[in-house]
Design a protein around this ligand. Structure first.
Ligand code: SF4
Length: 320
């Protein structure tokens, strides 16, 4: 593995979304943002559970039927029951090295294998409700409940896409943190670096995480870190808004006061207001603040992940 690959972020993707003709009808569902943009900045790990299981292309369409919590996968023409084979394969597949190393997954919506929510579920009389999770998606999410997993529609809206990209990179940092020794002091450093990011998503969760990271009770450090990890990923599911981001940017401005020249301060204030009213992208005040933080060596601000995203995160979030 090259050095570049070691440092790149890996994202699992339903193979049909990458343009591979693996669907039951031998077609693909190529998604332009994934194959044209994401592919340039992250390493995509394709997976097609149905084809990998040995189903042919083209093949009989399958459906889910039965109970929401234990649906069966059945061939729509022959009634062939694929449930046991798919469940066993999916459990083993999600543990394999290529998928075990991903920082998130984008799966095909509505698929009886890959769909994460609202997959059609048939009852005994043939009635349909959108209630199930595809068998592969369920295995993936059960195996790793913290992993950011979404369907491709999340990429079609700028806000939900931004939120997913932030979570991909946050999960990567969290996993790196959890792979080391879990001590209260390491947790405190990790949390301190993420305060601004957390505030830009959920001030309420940020306060809860403040308390957790600072607690000195009888709970072991390992348990504390595990609890922190769950709340941390939950916090980032809240959408970041212009108002929340403007609040975070003003906190940086307060740290910079006393160092900035009058024109520098005026430019930053103007950029924050322009961003808050939708007249400028977030990148504008962010860049001005980052420049001043570096120039005046404001250590408390410089440690914030919010100001120092991974280069690939920057490229994906602010992709034109
Ligand atoms: S939705 Fe999943 S199982 Fe179906 S073709 Fe795409 S990758 Fe394969």
């Amino acid at each position: 593995m090259s050095k570049r690959e070691q440092h790149s972020i890996h994202v699992g993707v339903s193979a049909c979304l990458l343009g591979r003709k693996v669907r039951f009808d031998a077609r693909h569902e190529k998604h332009p943002f994934i194959s044209d943009v994401m592919a340039r900045h992250v390493k995509l790990v394709p997976v097609c559970p149905e084809v990998e299981l040995g189903m042919s292309v083209p093949r009989e369409k399958v459906k889910l039927e039965g109970a929401v919590d234990a649906p069966r996968m059945i061939g729509m023409e022959t009634g062939c029951d694929w449930t046991r084979r798919m469940v066993n394969y999916a459990r083993e597949r999600v543990r394999r090295r290529d998928l075990a190393g991903v920082c998130g997954c984008i799966l095909k919506t509505k698929s009886p294998s890959c769909g994460i929510v609202h997959v059609k579920l048939y009852d005994a009389s043939g009635r349909v409700k959108r209630a199930a999770t595809g068998l592969f998606a369920a295995a993936l999410m059960n195996h790793n409940p913290l992993l950011p997993v979404e369907d491709e529609h999340v990429l079609d809206d700028v806000t939900t896409r931004d939120n997913f990209i932030v979570r991909l990179f946050a999960y990567r940092r969290l996993r790196g943190f959890l792979a080391g020794r879990c001590t209260r002091s390491r947790l405190s450093v990790f949390h301190a670096a993420h305060t601004s990011l957390l505030l830009s998503h959920s001030p309420k969760y940020c306060r809860m995480l403040d308390e957790l990271a600072g607690s000195s009770g009888a709970v072991s450090a390992r348990k504390l870190c595990d609890r922190y990890a769950v709340l941390f990923m939950e916090a980032l599911r809240f959408k970041s808004t212009a108002a929340k981001n403007a609040g975070v940017l003003r906190r940086f401005l307060r740290l910079l006061r006393g160092h900035l020249s009058a024109p520098e301060e005026r430019d930053i204030v103007w950029a924050i207001d322009a961003y808050r009213t939708g007249d400028a992208p977030l990148l504008m005040p962010l860049t001005l603040i980052k420049h001043s933080v570096d120039k005046y060596e404001i250590a408390r601000a410089a440690e914030q992940v919010y100001l120092n995203p991974h280069p690939a995160e920057l490229m994906l979030r602010f992709h034109a």
